[in-house]
Design a protein around this ligand. Structure first.
Ligand code: SAM
Length: 250
């Protein structure tokens, strides 16, 4: 059951509202996208626990379900009503909220852990979103973030060969809108968001009073279907980090 409904839909949410059905089909199709090749490494990075965790930008709930298997009590939140409804229909979490990252309907210091898995690239106001996340974190809490690696959107592999060169277009620096369409095995997905350098995320964390405690550049797991992601064993597709509230000096 949703805890709250936003009064109006911010302009940057229109995209995900439009593509919600496509995303639900895309994310629910096992081994369809890269998530599945990184899932075991993600579980290891997050680690087990029994605290209260917020999965912000939960989509149809696959990260929430993973967090549940790790032992956490999970609150799944997303700005798009259809996503939260899909997460709830699959019993993905213990609680649900329709909520924009910039206005979380929770009291201060409510969570032991917050997970923002591949959502910050979709958010117009990353500094505002991270300040809101920081507000709902307990003093000892941990934030786990996955980003599409900041240089990922700035270039592409020149061909399908495993050793094809990665060619960068334009500059790594600056904030750019990205839009792209992917089609695979009969499913189509339109992605849209903002590409920003790592420094922009680091500055937003700093501004929210959060200190980075770990960084990982994971590689996809070997196994069935791994050939599809082989190029990404040479370059990181994702950037994972952990951050904790800065402790003020006494
Ligand atoms: C790429 S999907 C990732 C979903 C999920 N984390 C996963 O990996 O399966 C991005 C999600 O972020 C949500 N989202 C985008 N902007 C948001 C915002 N400002 N506040 C909360 N959720 C947002 C979208 O509705 C969408 O469900």
């Amino acid at each position: 059951m949703a805890e709250d409904e936003p009064q109006g839909k911010p302009a940057d949410q229109a995209h995900w509202t439009r593509v919600a059905d496509d995303w639900i089909a895309w994310a629910r199709s096992p081994d369809h996208d890269a998530f599945w090749a990184y899932r075991t490494a993600l579980a290891d990075f997050i680690g087990g626990g029994d605290g209260e965790v917020l999965d912000v930008g939960c989509g149809e709930g696959r990260v929430s379900r993973l967090l549940g298997t790790l032992g956490y009590r999970v609150t799944a939140a997303d700005a798009v009503t259809a996503m939260v409804a899909a997460a709830a229909a699959n019993g993905s979490a213990h609680r649900y909220a329709v909520a924009d990252i910039a206005a979380l309907p929770f009291g201060d210091q409510r969570f032991d852990k917050v997970v923002a898995y591949n959502v910050l690239m979709d958010v117009a106001d990353v500094p505002g979103g991270l300040r809101e996340i920081s507000r709902v974190m307990r003093p000892q809490a941990e934030l786990v973030v996955s980003l599409v690696h900041p240089f990922r959107d700035r270039g592409s592999f020149a061909g399908p060969a495993p050793d094809a060169p990665f060619v960068m277009q334009g500059s790594y620096f600056g904030r750019e809108r990205f839009e792209g369409r992917e089609e695979r095995d009969g499913l189509v997905m339109h992605f849209a968001g903002w590409s920003q350098p790592l420094e922009a995320y680091a500055a937003a964390l700093e501004g929210a009073g959060l200190a980075i405690t770990a960084i990982r550049e994971p590689i996809p797991a070997a196994g069935d279907g791994a050939a599809r992601w082989q190029q990404w064993t040479r370059l990181p597709m994702f950037l994972w980090l952990k951050a904790r509230p800065l402790v003020s000096p006494p």
